[in-house]
Unconditional design. Sequence first.
Length: 406
Amino acid sequence: MGVKPSDLAIHGGPKTRAQPLPPRRLFGVAELESVRAVFEEAWASGADFGYQGSFEQAYVEAFCRLQGGGRADAVASGTAAVWLALAALDLEPESDVVVSPVTDPGGVAPVLLQGHGLAVADAAPGSFNVGPEELERALTPRTRAAILTHAGGRPFDLEPVMEVAARRGVAVIEDCSQAHGALYKGRRVGTFGAAAVFSTMFSKAHATGGSGGLAYTRDESLYWRVRALADRGKPFRDAAFDPRDPRAFLFPALNLNLDEVSCAIGLSTLSRLEDTIERRLAVARWIDEGLAARSRAVSPVPALPGTAPSPFFHTVRVDERRLMVSKVDFAKAVQAEGIWINPDYRYVVAEWPWAAGRVRGKASTPNAAAFRDATFNVLFNERFTREDAEDVVRSILKVEEAYRAD
């Protein structure tokens, strides 16, 4: 007798994964020692630590080496980085700005808060990420910029998207908040657009603590404008400026700086980023291999050719035709087996009432919605073992057997 619906954990049966999956432990002894070093340097100098000191300098230099050059400013959050990169472009008032169909509210709100028109591009078919044709259709005569997200750590198809943007005179800000270290044709994401933004909050591939972000660019003028915007309009480009004389400040601006302790943590976790990516890729590969060999209803979603993802979550596709339940109910049943699942990814911008009511032109993104409706996201971290990945696969197979329609 095979598995019956009553055998599933969601209906009271025993869980496939009885023990909790391994929680993330990004912040360890190395990070504690990094924080201690901030205090020791401050004590040795006789002055308290603040921001824009030696640890931030070392951190942003290490990050830019990873990117193959450029300049970066460590800031308070990924949302702050988006705000700064967009403001640094100095767009005409009420310009239109295109955003990705699937992204975080922090990648959308700065557009509206800076008084620009919001447009949403659809995804390429079979993806959460924008495609070139979809970007082209979202552009208007007033479009001056696009904030485009590498969702889930998978790069969007940069070359054709950037070609469309260049031809139409649109500055691209790459949102790499879920894609630290990912590669497109051997080149780091974030190095293709006018600027790039990274969230470094605690859940990201490398992190600076509870919150944080990076605004990155290869354009020196843009960098200095970001620096001024992040610190009350200070003219940092002028080495002789007096920070105690606000008469020399360039414009009104906020204080969005990151502190020295956070930068020390970021420097430490950044040193392990390559290893973190490799470990996450291995977990994703184990899950995909298990599903490809043994599942009839759930299948891997191949990465875009020529890319090397930096997985933030892992998306798998569900064939509802082979099941007696919906994708969402299937995913919730897998979740009940003790597996970390996001059954129904709700980061489709066009579905948010507060955003959709402000979109100029077409507010729907059918490709993005269709892909979300056919998939669910497996949540994991780099501490997962092969056995943990196998438990993910076994849970999916158990639920599939209970709910299969053929």
